[in-house]
Design a binder for this molecule. Sequence first.
Ligand code: GA4
Length: 344
Amino acid sequence: MVVLAKGELEQIALPAAVQKAAPPLADVPEVDLGGGACRADAARAVVAACEGHGFFKVTGHGVPAGLLARVEAAAAAFFAMAQPEKEAAAAAAAPPGSPFGYGSKRIGCNGDLGWVEYLLLGVAAAAAAPLPAHGEASPSPSYGSFRDILNEYVVAVRAMMWEVLKLMAEGLGLKEKDALVRLVSHEESDSVLRVNHYPPHPELKQQGHGRLTGFGEHTDPQIISVLRSNYSSGLEISLRDGSWASVPPDRKSFFVNVGDVLQVLTNGRFRSVRHRVMVSSPRPRVSVIFFAGPPPRERLAPLPWLVAEDGGRRRYREFTWREYKASAYRTKLAENRLCHFETE
Ligand code: GA4
């Protein structure tokens, strides 16, 4: 259960002026990986979506519906556990002092609050069981089986994501077709899995707070993020004109966000999409997001081919992922984290 202390509600309840729900995104760009379209068309669709909203839906993804249902059920069971059990699970999920584990309403370490509880896990790239098993001597049995299901999920989603990144490279005309996959499949690649639970809050509605901030607006730092949710609304993306649009839930598909690093690699051609989760549904929302990042030592800079295509203008300076992350962890959620790396 997410419990708020006095004064905290004001930070996540929206002022009356923005209580109105965002209109639904009419034309969610869609990419079918199931062979419905020819490969070149799928590659073009990926690029167009990344240049447009920086966001698209993936269908024909090959991740079994049964696995998605098991993940959803296991997540619901995990968050239904008593608070001390969830906190004990956090200890099994993360070494002390790490940003990983179970958390409730506090996002990051700079004072951001949201109407959400979550499990945040580091993911080992290219491993058969990618999620950590710290404290194996006394694991919480319910967390242990949840982790096993999440491991299966990560393996399946990772394969789908690599396919999306290959299509992206093809669509961009990169000579090295593995240029993007290589960054997220290296054994030191720094990826994260996040399971979010947004409980409904009927009392707040009665008090006139129709919409709460579940997860405040932000862009994702990594290369791409792959999200799957249950059939409950809440995700909103920011459009180029600054307005917000809600994304109709679709439990059979995945949604992909362009992250900050991909915006840099593409010299700003792809757009790291600003998004948020609002809570107003009477149903709980559960989402699972895989954030695919590069190795800490990786030097990141606009890809030469895309700089050349942009008339030789290099929009970002080179930096390492370690450097970017150190700077990102000093920011509040809503801040623009890329401005520190722009060339002008
Ligand atoms: C946003 C995307 C992912 O959820 C996340 C978040 C991370 C965290 O919750 O610890 C951050 C946030 C996210 C961006 C800026 C920093 C770091 C909280 C925060 C204020 C796991 C990630 O990688 O970056």
